[in-house]
Design a protein around this ligand. Structure first.
Ligand SMILES: *Cc1c(COP(=O)(O)O)cnc(C)c1O
Length: 340
């Protein structure tokens, strides 16, 4: 194999050796299959292509100083994918099958797990799609569950630095009682126009307001939002937010660090009162937010004047990464060591 330049990886696709697949047919899941091809073959009338029967997951594995490979909270991802499957009337992937597939995908692609010193990790992408053919709108009879992996670089190449976000009322990511709380590709399709507009204007993402009243903070495109003030970690409560495993973890770690933690609706005006703000998700852990511009009203909310992240964001970021890489104890059993 040509050498991988571990320290210059970005968050993009690189072919690994194998992917694992499992088919759901005749009402049951089959055996886990190992494939080296990146291609899948399916019926042109598959429901994932026409009627949005598609959900995915994203998690990471990390090599520690001790050479062991650790995967972070995979049972949470398994449960979330079950929830997504139920929300789109797809066959749910049992937790045990999901976890075995994650383990297998890492094992088979061990040489793509970036070394500890690189600060990079192995991104794991489970995918569930309806493959059965339907022309009338109805759920498929057949499903395909795939996991592929790809090594990804440290999210912050230039260091852990705040980025800016924008608020717009011209687009919604998800409807109030729609699919915002499940990890469906359809939500991403719905967010591409607004996301591109944000990138063109120089912002890293859109911070969405609740789509019913535009009064409360929902989430940031592909990541959850949190704010910090008066020694309190505050993250929105909303039916249209995707429950982030990273956010759930930070919510706990914030309390361990002596902060209070609240999950409740956050009115837009409250942004003004936050001392720090961030977006969180598997890819970046935390993206500290420098400022948020409301492009409809012209109002700006500023969280970092000197271009540096706040101290709580930084402490939370370091703490979570330390657990993921096995540098610090794992008091909640979040990490599974993969025996290879
Ligand atoms: C995946 C995702 C997140 C982040 O969730 P993690 O479990 O922390 O990776 C946040 N928002 C949306 C819309 C997502 O799809």
């Amino acid at each position: 194999m040509s050498e991988i330049d571990w320290s210059n990886l970005s968050f993009s696709y690189m072919k690994a050796d194998y992917n694992v697949r499992c088919y759901y047919r005749d009402g049951k899941w089959g055996e886990l299959e190992i494939h080296s091809s990146e291609m899948i073959s399916m019926h042109m009338a598959a429901t994932c292509l026409h009627y949005g029967q598609e959900a995915f997951e994203g998690l990471k594995a990390f090599e520690g100083k001790d050479g062991k490979v650790r995967v972070f909270r995979m049972e949470e991802n398994a449960q979330r994918m079950i929830n997504s499957a139920n929300g789109l009337l797809m066959a749910p992937v049992p937790e045990e099958l999901f976890c075995n597939a994650v383990q297998k995908a890492i094992e088979l692609n061990k040489r793509f797990v970036p070394p500890y010193e690189s600060g990079a990790s192995l991104y794991i992408r489970p995918l569930l799609i309806g493959t059965g053919a339907k022309v009338g709108v109805s759920p498929a009879d057949e499903y395909l569950f795939i996991i592929f992996v790809t090594p990804v670089g440290p999210y912050f190449k230039a260091g852990f630095k705040p980025t800016n976000m924008m608020i717009t009322r011209l687009h919604d990511r998800a409807a109030p009682l729609g699919t915002g709380n499940i990890k469906a590709g359809g939500n991403y399709g719905a967010s591409l126009v607004a996301g591109e507009e944000a990138h063109h204007k120089g912002y890293s993402a859109v911070l969405y307001l609740d789509s019913r009243e535009k009064k409360f903070i929902d989430e940031c495109g592909p990541a959850n939002f949190f704010g910090i003030k008066n020694n309190t970690y505050i993250t929105p409560e909303s039916k249209s937010i995707l429950p982030s495993v990273t956010n759930k973890s930070l919510f706990q770690l914030a309390q361990d660090m002596g902060l209070k933690a609240e999950r409740r609706p956050i009115p837009l005006e409250e942004l003004e009162t936050f001392e720090e703000a961030g977006a969180c998700g598997t890819a970046a852990v935390i993206s500290p937010i420098g400022k948020i511009d409301d492009i409809d009203t012209g109002k700006s909310y500023i969280f970092s004047k000197d271009g540096n992240p706040g101290k709580n964001c930084e402490m939370l970021y370091k703490k979570l990464r330390a657990i993921q890489y096995g540098d610090e104890p794992d008091p909640y059993g979040w990490v599974t060591v993969i025996e290879i």
